[in-house]
Design a protein around this ligand. Structure first.
Ligand SMILES: [Zn+2]
Ligand SMILES: [Zn+2]
Length: 202
Protein backbone atom coordinates (compact mmCIF):
# COMPACT_ATOMS: atom_id res chain seq x y z
CA UNK A 1 0.00 0.00 0.00
CA UNK A 2 2.57 2.59 -1.05
CA UNK A 3 -0.28 4.60 -2.46
CA UNK A 4 -0.06 8.06 -0.90
CA UNK A 5 -3.81 8.62 -1.07
CA UNK A 6 -4.56 5.43 0.87
CA UNK A 7 -1.95 6.42 3.48
CA UNK A 8 -3.48 9.86 3.87
CA UNK A 9 -6.97 8.37 4.13
CA UNK A 10 -5.74 6.23 7.02
CA UNK A 11 -3.89 9.06 8.74
CA UNK A 12 -6.75 11.55 8.43
CA UNK A 13 -9.23 8.97 9.76
CA UNK A 14 -7.42 9.28 13.12
CA UNK A 15 -7.90 13.07 13.13
CA UNK A 16 -11.07 13.86 11.17
CA UNK A 17 -8.92 16.22 9.10
CA UNK A 18 -6.00 16.10 6.71
CA UNK A 19 -3.25 18.67 7.12
CA UNK A 20 0.18 19.44 5.63
CA UNK A 21 1.99 17.85 8.59
CA UNK A 22 0.32 14.50 7.98
CA UNK A 23 1.37 14.71 4.33
CA UNK A 24 4.97 15.45 5.35
CA UNK A 25 4.94 12.52 7.77
CA UNK A 26 3.66 10.21 5.04
CA UNK A 27 6.16 11.46 2.44
CA UNK A 28 9.12 11.21 4.84
CA UNK A 29 7.94 7.74 5.88
CA UNK A 30 7.77 6.51 2.29
CA UNK A 31 11.17 7.99 1.42
CA UNK A 32 12.86 6.76 4.60
CA UNK A 33 11.73 3.17 4.17
CA UNK A 34 12.75 3.29 0.51
CA UNK A 35 16.20 4.62 1.46
CA UNK A 36 16.68 1.66 3.81
CA UNK A 37 15.18 -0.77 1.27
CA UNK A 38 12.50 -1.98 3.68
CA UNK A 39 8.95 -2.88 2.68
CA UNK A 40 6.13 -0.88 4.25
CA UNK A 41 3.74 -0.94 5.93
CA UNK A 42 5.91 -3.32 7.87
CA UNK A 43 4.57 -6.57 9.26
CA UNK A 44 7.53 -7.10 11.58
CA UNK A 45 9.56 -4.77 13.81
CA UNK A 46 12.59 -4.22 11.63
CA UNK A 47 11.94 -0.53 10.98
CA UNK A 48 12.18 1.85 13.94
CA UNK A 49 11.05 5.48 13.63
CA UNK A 50 12.40 8.16 15.98
CA UNK A 51 10.01 11.06 15.41
CA UNK A 52 11.01 14.55 16.54
CA UNK A 53 7.50 15.78 17.28
CA UNK A 54 4.17 14.19 18.11
CA UNK A 55 0.71 14.91 16.68
CA UNK A 56 -0.23 14.95 13.02
CA UNK A 57 3.31 14.51 11.70
CA UNK A 58 3.72 11.29 13.68
CA UNK A 59 0.36 10.06 12.35
CA UNK A 60 1.58 10.47 8.78
CA UNK A 61 4.75 8.53 9.60
CA UNK A 62 2.74 5.78 11.28
CA UNK A 63 0.17 5.47 8.49
CA UNK A 64 2.91 5.15 5.86
CA UNK A 65 5.28 2.81 7.67
CA UNK A 66 3.30 0.89 10.26
CA UNK A 67 5.78 2.09 12.90
CA UNK A 68 3.85 2.77 16.09
CA UNK A 69 4.20 3.34 19.82
CA UNK A 70 2.03 0.32 20.54
CA UNK A 71 4.39 -1.95 18.60
CA UNK A 72 7.46 -0.27 20.15
CA UNK A 73 8.60 0.70 16.66
CA UNK A 74 8.09 4.45 17.12
CA UNK A 75 9.71 6.64 19.75
CA UNK A 76 9.38 10.34 20.44
CA UNK A 77 12.49 12.50 20.69
CA UNK A 78 10.59 15.67 21.38
CA UNK A 79 12.61 18.38 19.64
CA UNK A 80 9.49 20.09 18.33
CA UNK A 81 10.73 19.54 14.78
CA UNK A 82 9.34 18.01 11.63
CA UNK A 83 12.04 15.37 11.40
CA UNK A 84 12.35 11.61 11.74
CA UNK A 85 15.18 9.11 11.84
CA UNK A 86 14.49 5.64 10.51
CA UNK A 87 16.63 2.77 11.72
CA UNK A 88 16.98 -0.70 10.27
CA UNK A 89 17.10 -2.55 13.58
CA UNK A 90 18.75 -5.56 11.93
CA UNK A 91 21.74 -3.72 10.42
CA UNK A 92 21.83 -0.53 12.54
CA UNK A 93 21.71 1.61 9.39
CA UNK A 94 19.99 4.92 10.11
CA UNK A 95 18.82 7.87 8.02
CA UNK A 96 17.34 11.16 9.22
CA UNK A 97 14.77 12.88 7.02
CA UNK A 98 13.46 16.41 7.21
CA UNK A 99 11.69 18.79 4.84
CA UNK A 100 13.93 21.17 2.89
CA UNK A 101 14.08 24.60 4.53
CA UNK A 102 12.18 26.42 1.77
CA UNK A 103 9.55 23.75 1.30
CA UNK A 104 6.60 25.96 2.35
CA UNK A 105 7.38 28.44 -0.41
CA UNK A 106 8.22 25.84 -3.07
CA UNK A 107 4.95 23.97 -2.44
CA UNK A 108 3.02 26.93 -3.83
CA UNK A 109 4.48 26.27 -7.30
CA UNK A 110 3.11 22.73 -7.23
CA UNK A 111 -0.48 23.77 -6.51
CA UNK A 112 -0.94 27.05 -8.43
CA UNK A 113 -4.72 26.57 -8.45
CA UNK A 114 -4.85 26.84 -4.64
CA UNK A 115 -4.94 30.45 -3.50
CA UNK A 116 -4.64 29.86 0.23
CA UNK A 117 -1.13 28.92 1.37
CA UNK A 118 -2.40 26.20 3.71
CA UNK A 119 -4.18 24.34 0.91
CA UNK A 120 -1.36 24.93 -1.55
CA UNK A 121 1.00 23.29 0.95
CA UNK A 122 -1.46 20.47 1.60
CA UNK A 123 -1.62 19.67 -2.13
CA UNK A 124 1.92 20.74 -3.05
CA UNK A 125 3.53 18.42 -0.49
CA UNK A 126 1.69 15.53 -2.16
CA UNK A 127 2.91 16.44 -5.65
CA UNK A 128 6.51 17.54 -5.10
CA UNK A 129 9.25 15.08 -6.05
CA UNK A 130 11.43 13.86 -3.18
CA UNK A 131 14.36 15.89 -4.53
CA UNK A 132 12.39 19.11 -4.01
CA UNK A 133 10.65 18.12 -0.78
CA UNK A 134 13.11 16.53 1.60
CA UNK A 135 16.65 15.84 2.68
CA UNK A 136 17.98 12.42 3.66
CA UNK A 137 21.03 12.34 5.89
CA UNK A 138 22.78 9.11 6.89
CA UNK A 139 23.32 9.26 10.66
CA UNK A 140 24.76 7.17 13.48
CA UNK A 141 22.77 6.80 16.67
CA UNK A 142 24.52 7.92 19.85
CA UNK A 143 22.75 5.14 21.75
CA UNK A 144 23.12 1.66 20.20
CA UNK A 145 19.86 0.53 18.64
CA UNK A 146 19.94 -2.71 20.65
CA UNK A 147 19.86 -0.60 23.82
CA UNK A 148 16.98 1.52 22.51
CA UNK A 149 14.94 -1.53 21.60
CA UNK A 150 16.11 -3.52 24.65
CA UNK A 151 14.74 -6.90 25.70
CA UNK A 152 11.10 -6.87 26.72
CA UNK A 153 11.46 -9.73 29.24
CA UNK A 154 13.75 -7.83 31.61
CA UNK A 155 12.12 -6.61 34.84
CA UNK A 156 13.69 -5.10 37.96
CA UNK A 157 12.47 -3.03 40.90
CA UNK A 158 13.65 0.41 42.02
CA UNK A 159 15.53 0.40 45.34
CA UNK A 160 13.88 3.69 46.34
CA UNK A 161 10.23 3.64 45.23
CA UNK A 162 9.86 -0.10 44.70
CA UNK A 163 8.12 0.31 41.36
CA UNK A 164 8.86 -2.13 38.56
CA UNK A 165 11.06 -1.05 35.66
CA UNK A 166 10.89 -2.79 32.27
CA UNK A 167 12.93 -2.57 29.06
CA UNK A 168 16.24 -2.00 30.92
CA UNK A 169 15.41 1.63 31.69
CA UNK A 170 16.93 1.41 35.19
CA UNK A 171 19.92 3.41 36.44
CA UNK A 172 22.71 1.92 38.57
CA UNK A 173 24.00 4.06 41.44
CA UNK A 174 26.39 2.83 44.16
CA UNK A 175 25.55 -0.74 43.21
CA UNK A 176 21.80 -0.18 43.58
CA UNK A 177 19.09 -0.20 40.94
CA UNK A 178 16.94 2.92 40.63
CA UNK A 179 14.22 4.11 38.31
CA UNK A 180 14.91 7.27 36.34
CA UNK A 181 12.57 9.45 38.39
CA UNK A 182 14.33 8.47 41.63
CA UNK A 183 17.82 8.72 40.10
CA UNK A 184 17.40 12.09 38.35
CA UNK A 185 15.02 15.00 38.37
CA UNK A 186 11.69 13.54 37.28
CA UNK A 187 9.34 15.17 34.81
CA UNK A 188 6.91 15.56 37.74
CA UNK A 189 7.05 16.64 41.37
CA UNK A 190 5.18 14.59 43.91
CA UNK A 191 2.32 16.46 45.55
CA UNK A 192 0.31 15.65 48.69
CA UNK A 193 -1.02 12.12 48.40
CA UNK A 194 -4.76 12.30 47.84
CA UNK A 195 -5.46 8.61 48.03
CA UNK A 196 -3.52 5.78 49.56
CA UNK A 197 -4.59 2.18 49.11
CA UNK A 198 -5.67 0.72 52.46
CA UNK A 199 -3.27 -2.20 52.31
CA UNK A 200 -0.20 0.08 52.39
CA UNK A 201 0.92 1.15 55.87
CA UNK A 202 1.33 4.90 56.18
ZN1 LIG B 1 -3.34 18.01 11.55
ZN1 LIG C 1 12.07 4.73 41.88
Amino acid sequence: MNDLQAILDLSSSWHKHLCPRQVLGARLGLAGAAALGLAIPQRDKRLLALVETDGCFASGVEAATGCSMHHRTMRLEDYGKIGVTFVDVKTGTAVRLSPQLDVRQKALDYAPEEKKHYFAQLIGYQRMPDAELLTIQPVRLTTPVAKIVSRPVVRVNCAACGEEIINEREVMHDGQIYCQSCAHDAYYQADVLLFQPLNIAS
